[in-house]
Design a protein around this ligand. Structure first.
Ligand SMILES: Cc1ncc(COP(=O)(O)O)c(C=O)c1O
Length: 262
């Protein structure tokens, strides 16, 4: 379309592979040099621009709905393909939840199918407890207002927003899209958390058994699938959104597993 595109990456080190891949596809005109270690820290940088598109579900109406509707191609296609192949709907659908975009994209076309159980998987970091070293806004936060949303947030007793912690660059945000907060409150979707350690285990298993390097974000969802699948009836089918590849994460994983990448 000839429209110049400037992208600000919130974690330059971990996203540098994304950057070079997208550049090679010719879609970035400029990458802002400023960077920040987390999504949360990146917001003041983004705020300097009057016009920006933060492509997440955790921003106020109507952008939140636009993100959901664009992303819902994931759920619509998954639904169609699943029905075509199995002549029924899946028993479970699941996805990792940072701001909530990929999960909402999968969940949305299934919301009116009560037989389909919906599970969102948050980043449990070092554990969901009072130390708050996690990014599990629904399972370890409480309601508040941030960036124009009323939703669940990581916050201290005075309502000050906490940074949270996760091994995964994309899940390290202290809030969650308000539509997820609503699904949580009405009980339509269940939200659980997975720790860094569990996500790393799923990452390694997927590499070893499938030859697929998953991003650390969906590794959280995969870890939850590994947790629940053994206790489900054999004919149950879980659809999990493998929402990103893990090339960008190999350095972080090596560091956490103690490998020397030179
Ligand atoms: C691969 C991947 N999955 C998931 C997410 C989390 O975002 P959301 O919950 O909005 O889908 C990110 C964010 O950067 C990501 O890079």
């Amino acid at each position: 379309m000839g429209v110049p595109l400037v992208i600000q990456l919130h974690n330059f080190e971990r996203k540098v592979l994304h950057d070079s891949l997208v550049r090679h596809h010719g879609r970035i005109n400029e990458v802002m040099q400023e960077s920040a270690p987390t999504v949360w820290a990146a917001l003041p940088v983004q705020g300097k621009d009057l016009v920006y598109a933060r492509v997440e579900a955790d921003i106020p109406n109507v952008v939140e709905k636009m993100v959901r509707d664009f992303q819902s191609i994931i759920g619509t296609e998954a639904r169609e393909q699943f029905q075509g192949r199995h002549n029924k709907l899946p028993d479970y659908i699941t996805a990792c939840v940072g701001g909530g975009s990929n999960a909402m994209g999968l969940f949305f076309p299934f919301l009116d199918d009560p037989e389909v159980k919906i599970i969102g998987v948050e980043a449990g970091g070092k554990g969901v407890n009072e130390k708050m070293e996690h990014c599990a806004s629904l399972t370890g936060g409480r309601p508040g207002v941030l960036h124009g949303n009323r939703t669940y947030l990581l916050q201290d007793d005075d309502g000050q927003i906490l940074e949270g912690f996760s091994i995964s660059a994309g899940l390290d945000y202290p809030g969650i899209g308000p539509e997820h907060a609503w699904l949580h409150d009405i009980g339509r979707a269940e939200y659980v958390s997975i720790t860094d350690k569990e996500a790393l285990g799923a990452f390694q298993l997927s590499c070893a058994l499938e030859g697929i390097i998953p991003a650390l974000e969906p590794s959280h969802a995969l870890a939850h699938v590994m947790k629940i699948a053994p206790d489900l009836p054999k004919d149950h089918i879980i659809v999990m959104n493998m929402c990103g590849r893990g090339d960008k994460d190999i350095f972080a994983v090596a560091q956490h597993l103690g490998f020397d990448m030179g």
